[in-house]
Structure formats: C-alpha cells, structure tokens
Design a protein around this ligand. Structure first.
Ligand SMILES: NC(=O)c1ccc[n+]([C@@H]2O[C@H](COP(=O)([O-])OP(=O)(O)OC[C@H]3O[C@@H](n4cnc5c(N)ncnc54)[C@H](OP(=O)(O)O)[C@@H]3O)[C@@H](O)[C@H]2O)c1
Length: 266
C-alpha cells in the first residue's frame, strides 16, 4: 500500500512517526509533500518518508491520500489533487470542521472519503481518534483508516453527527488539562515547591488518576470518595472546588466549544 501525506506539520509528523515506530507498515511506502522543505527532510531522515514535489504528485502516486493541512488551506489544495483522484483511491482528511460531504462535493466522483479527528496526544501514541466514513466509503476503507490511527492511540468509529461533541471532549478538553496542570503546579509553587517539581507532581497525579479511572470498575465519584476521609483534608478541597462551580464551569466550557463548532459549520 502507498500512503501519501499532504502537509507534514505537527499532526502528520506524529502520525508518520507512529506508523514508523509501530512496525505495521514495513512493507508499505509513505510519501509526503509539505509546503516548506525542512519538515519533509527531517521525516525522511527519521522514518524513511519518500518526498514528493507537489500535492498532485503525492495524490497521483498514493493509494491512500491523507490530507493534513490546516482547514483554511483546503480550498487551494483540493483543486490541485482533483484531476488525479479516482474511485480506487481513498481520501482521508484530518482537518477539523470539514464534513465528508465537503470533500465529496468538490471531488464530484463517487470517491471514498474518511473523516478523522485525532488529538495532539498522537505525539506520544496516546491519541483518542474518531473515524467516520462518507457516502461512498466501504468497510475496508474504515479498516485502512483504523490501522493508520491505531499506530498513535485508540480509534473509535462514530457517526458524523457525534464529531462536534467528540472534538470537544477528546480534543479541545486537552487544553483544559494543561490549564489544570499549570494551576496545580502554581499552587504548589505558592506553597513553597520548586516550579519543576510541582509541575512533575501535577503531571504524575493527573496521569495516575486517569489511568486508575480508566482501569477501574468504579465510578469516578466512588474513586473520589475513597480519598475523601470523613472530616479530612481532601473533602475540604473538593467542597471548595464544587462551591466555586468547578463542574458547571467544565459543562459550560464544553457547551461553548460545541456551539462554536456549529457556528463554523462542522
Ligand atoms: N494539532 C492538533 O491538535 C489537531 C487535532 C485534530 C485535527 N487537527 C487537524 O490537523 C490538520 C493539521 O494540523 P497541524 O496542527 O498539524 O498543523 P500544522 O502543524 O500547521 O501543519 C500543517 C502543514 O501543512 C503544510 N502546508 C500548508 N499548505 C500546504 C500545501 N499546499 N501543500 C502541502 N503542505 C502544506 C504546512 O507547511 P509549512 O511548513 O510551510 O507551514 C504545515 O507543515 C489541520 O487540518 C487540523 O484541523 C489538528
């Protein structure tokens, strides 16, 4: 199989490195084209990526074309690949906010299109990635996409209507976690810890609690209760967060993301 990436930025770089490290694509070829050359050469050196000279060369040579440019670049990139696309090629796009119909309409043929929503944790093999197929997509196209994105984390097949909520919970909320880690670390600094040590403690605790919750049969609130001794210190902190509207703030933030996503027409 020949995979062709158009755009070799943060996400594509993470996916290609993941594919390379997984060893599952050793008998395949990964091609790529990026607007500027530096990222291409780095990926060539690290993963054996085969550089192409243009968007159309990449699409023409590939069996699976992966669009990994920013959404605003699509109106200029898509017309360059339309002439070389055909029903036997699979088009995969990771662009946020563009539905499968958008590509089908521009391509104008019965082209199989798969839409993907990964997250930046792909960089460490921990993405939560959604996949859905367009009108002309076959089961094997979904399997192809799942194989690629399994190299950088977990993959879930969803209906396209669920993409906005998925993007909020599995994508954008990563920024909340960074904000939380920073707040926790600076609270540590305020109380006398060094910045590096406090940040490391915050990360380790978030990692550990996420791992425990994911691998436990207990509800998150039950897990919380196990560390809240009656009349103890932890319940004081939990009570303070609740009083300040912690849960309501999270709900409102997620709703705001979904609302904005709708306005942008996902
Ligand atoms: N980052 C995330 O967390 C995330 C999560 C989910 C989905 N996505 C989606 O993933 C896509 C890529 O995002 P990203 O964060 O990887 O962005 P990025 O780092 O800016 O990468 C985009 C790359 O596209 C290249 N490019 C621009 N126009 C091109 C063209 N005509 N032909 C070939 N390459 C071109 C840019 O080249 P230069 O080097 O010249 O700038 C850049 O390297 C976006 O559509 C985004 O919505 C991203």
């Amino acid at each position: 199989m020949i995979y062709g990436f158009i755009g070799l930025g943060n996400m594509a770089g993470a996916i290609i490195r993941g594919m390379y490290k997984s060893g599952a694509f050793e008998n395949d070829t990964i091609l790529g084209f990026n607007r500027s050359e530096k990222k291409t050469l780095k990926l060539k050196e690290e993963t054996g990526l085969v550089p192409c000279q243009s968007e159309s060369e990449t699409a023409e040579k590939a069996d699976v074309v992966i669009l990994a440019v920013k959404p605003q670049m699509l109106p200029s990139v898509l017309p360059r690949i339309v002439p070389v696309m055909n029903k036997n090629k699979l088009l995969i796009s990771i662009a946020a906010g563009k539905n499968t119909k958008y590509y089908e309409d521009i391509l104008g043929i019965d082209e199989p299109v798969v839409r993907i929503m990964p997250n930046i944790n792909a960089k460490v093999g921990m993405s939560a990635t959604a996949v859905c197929g367009g009108r002309f997509c076959r089961a094997e196209d979904i399997e192809t996409a799942k194989k690629i994105f399994s190299a950088v984390g977990e993959v879930y097949e969803l209906s396209e209507e669920q993409f906005p909520v998925f993007s909020a919970i599995a994508g954008a909320s990563g920024a909340f976690i960074h904000l939380y880690i920073d707040a926790l670390a600076s609270a540590g600094v305020k109380n006398g810890l060094s910045r590096d040590f406090a940040e490391n403690l915050a990360c380790q605790t978030v990692l550990g609690s996420a791992y425990l919750t994911k691998h436990s049969d207990e509800h998150p609130i039950e897990l919380m209760d196990t560390v809240c001794s009656p009349g103890g210190t932890t319940i004081e902190g939990v009570h303070t967060l609740k009083k300040l509207g912690f849960e309501s703030a999270v709900h409102q933030a997620i709703d705001a993301i979904i609302e904005k996503d709708k306005k942008l027409g996902s």
